[in-house]
Design a protein around this ligand. Structure first.
Ligand code: FE2
Length: 397
């Protein structure tokens, strides 16, 4: 039995899922109409989606655990089909408008010649609609099969105006948003860690989202990441998905056992020559429009030290820069994950959330670096935002 609150949370989540299900039903209907012989296939697929939606939501108390391949396939299907459907309907909609305003429709004439022109036009628009639906489908499948697994090391030099001499050339390896789940296999993670092994940084940081949800292999993920630790100190902070998975304490404990110190509203100091690096970490801070993320946490800053903040949410830079953190390291956005350029403007979902989507940002002398991270959520695909292993090097500006 679910408690009252988890039942209402389940219903709320389900209500959000309903429009998606409606779209799936329409797709099945249109597909069955277009290809009547495949009717049972389309309705069968819809039935599967419907059952899946009920069996899911382990976060809200659902008990059924689904095999990884199914979670993967459903993630791909749900988003790809929805976008394809939207594109199809957009072109059909344009077709309806054209037909509505066409001279023959307005004059109400219906000769054999105009009927034939109308038919040709309708066929042309339907073909265009199928092409419009096929393009995003193809792009998302490419992002799933190719770009999602194109792990690469980004070497970034971070210039600071007043960098202490002892910190020149200091190198940090940052990994983030691994999301070890059905969308990122243990084999993939091993490839990522192998790619990092030769980098020999001075410090390793993990900026949250080790996993995606409850039941994901958190311990295996942390064990694999701990293979990176040679003699370098390793630190981390927690992401929003550790909250969703209710694994904040467990992640902290497992990481500590394997030599990774997760800083939860806490600091630690590292000495390098005559300089003290004050490394602070905060749990995931939910987005607030005022940007006052660190009110009451001013004590995380150590005056006189070189201050670095680990915060999963990059929007926190709005507060960490004025407070005095020299460097803020974040993830969370996946660099937009699916990113397209329309009219020379980069469009991605993360934009609506924060201006800090990926790469280097400055506010006066303070710097924030947002990594695109490793994994994916929602749909197992990355387009225009390949996974990133970050190796940064401090330089004097
Ligand atoms: Fe993430």
């Amino acid at each position: 039995m679910h408690s009252m609150s988890s039942t209402s949370a389940f219903l709320q989540a389900y209500a959000r899922f309903l429009p998606l299900l409606f779209i799936q039903l329409l797709i099945a209907y249109l597909g069955a109409k277009r290809w009547p012989r495949l009717r049972s296939f389309f309705y069968g697929l819809f039935a599967l989606v419907f059952l899946y939606s009920f069996a899911g939501f382990p976060r809200f108390g659902g008990k059924m655990s689904r095999p990884g391949w199914m979670v993967f396939a459903m993630g791909l299907w749900t988003y790809t089909s929805t976008i394809a459907f939207a594109c199809y309907m957009a072109v059909e909609g344009i077709g309806w408008v054209i037909r509505f305003f066409s001279p023959s429709a307005r004059a109400g004439s219906s000769t054999a010649a105009t009927r034939s022109t109308d038919k040709t036009r309708r066929e042309l628009i339907t073909t265009a609609a199928y092409v419009a639906a096929a393009i995003p489908t193809g792009v998302l499948l490419y992002g799933c099969a190719i770009e999602r697994e194109r792990f690469r090391v980004e070497e970034v030099s971070i210039p600071f105006a007043n960098l202490p001499a002892d910190l020149e050339g200091f190198r940090i390896l940052q990994l983030s948003d691994v999301h070890r789940s059905a969308f990122l296999s243990q084999k993939d993670l091993t490839r990522v860690v192998d790619a990092c092994r030769e980098l020999k940084p001075d410090m390793i940081v993990h900026t949250g989202d080790f996993i995606s949800g409850k039941g994901d292999p958190l311990e295996a993920c942390i064990d694999e990441l701990a293979r990176l630790n040679n003699n370098e100190p390793a630190f981390g902070c927690l992401g929003n998905h550790e909250i969703y998975a209710e694994a904040e304490n467990l992640a902290t404990l497992l990481a500590a056992r394997r030599g990774i110190t997760v800083l939860r509203q806490a600091t630690t100091q590292i000495r390098r020559g005559n300089v003290v690096i004050n490394l602070a970490g905060v749990d995931y801070l939910r987005r607030i429009s005022s940007g006052k993320y660190l009110t009451g946490r001013e004590g995380l800053l150590l005056p006189g030290a070189f201050n670095v903040l680990l915060s999963h949410n990059p929007d926190v830079f709005r507060a960490s820069a004025p407070l005095g953190f020299d460097l803020t390291l974040s993830g969370h956005t996946h660099g937009g994950q699916i990113r397209t350029e329309i009219l020379h403007e980069d469009i991605d979902m993360a934009r609506f959330y924060t201006p800090y989507v990926s790469g280097l940002y400055r506010s006066g002398t303070r710097v924030c670096y947002v990594t695109r991270g490793i994994g994916s959520i929602g749909i197992p695909s990355r387009v225009g935002a390949p996974p990133e292993i970050t190796l940064m090097k401090f330089t004097k500006a």
